[in-house]
Design a binder for this molecule. Sequence first.
Ligand code: PEP
Length: 259
Amino acid sequence: MMARTPLMAGNWKMNLNHLEANQLVQKLAWTLKDMKHDYADVEVVVCPPFTDLRTVQTVVDADKLEIGYGAQDMSAHDGGAYTGEISASMLTALGCTYVVLGHSERREYHDESDELVNAKTVKAIAAGLTPIVCVGEGLDIRKAGDQVAYTLAQVEGALKDIKAENVENLVIAYEPVWAIGTGEVATPADAQEVCGAIREKIAELYDQETADAVRILYGGSVKSDNIADIMAEKDVDGALVGGAALKADEFAKIVRFKG
Ligand code: PEP
């Protein structure tokens, strides 16, 4: 089985203007450099607001930082009369390599359906972006014990008509909605239950090789003091980090979860 490179992705949400983004990326780079161990074995990605992307690109390019970046959403359309939208090719032109799709806040506040997430995923892949496709159940579904079935249906919806060779490069983030921004963390066993089921589902939809290649992240109140236990689970390959990604020291510690 091929080894999967751990991925720590910071979702800044609607925080930090371009000046603050400049500071945070530089501070993150210094902090990572100052740490005792290098972080070459962990991929680091930040997902700032659209308006910060050009600034992040400039800092990353100028200092040749090993920090990837991407957007928090994108349009399912290629271009044209879609006021307020941003296309995949606009993101790649800014050096983005990742895009978060189907975040629960997009699903909840912008009514994003599995069909729309699928359409965006198809466009992102076609443009050469790596989608970080977010899935995960709300509290009522967790209480009913239906988290696995619910989340797998979202995975299946997002991947509709996508070929195995494209699936192996994508990233799926399991983010139980009740754990996002609440301080409520899923236990490592909760994370493994669903992340393991997602990998099995991909093996069923495609094949074992594809399932072994896909990176599955956990997201939901990840912090430096809980990341190591979560990363110890066999089907968790990294984290999508919200609040803790806004502090360079804290995010750097998450990246260096091995100590
Ligand atoms: C997120 O927004 O994807 C997230 C996991 O947020 P937080 O880490 O703040 O719970």
